[in-house]
Write a protein of this length. Structure first.
Length: 85
């Protein structure tokens, strides 16, 4: 699971062009939106597309499940591990 978490951190950084952020700067349990990384809804869409391309997973954009999954790197990793194609 740790390798997947690190891969997702790198995916977030590259897909969202977070040039000033290193993987070790991202706490896997910290919120991705609002506080924490401070991502917004456009970032969520871009991240969703990157996750679909990389892992074959898809979430409805405004669903409660998407909000839960996108709450942290750790929750994304858990979802990917359980649902990757």
């Amino acid at each position: 699971m740790q390798a997947l978490i690190e891969d997702i951190k790198r995916l977030i950084i590259s897909s969202l062009n977070l040039e000033d952020v290193a993987p070790e700067d991202i706490d896997p349990n910290a919120p991705l939106f609002g506080e924490g990384l401070g991502l917004d809804s456009i970032d969520a869409l871009e991240l969703g597309l990157a996750l679909k391309k990389a892992y074959g997973i898809s979430l409805a954009a405004e669903s409660e499940e998407a909000r839960r999954v996108f709450s942290s790197v750790a929750s994304i990793a858990e979802y990917v591990a359980a649902h990757r194609v």
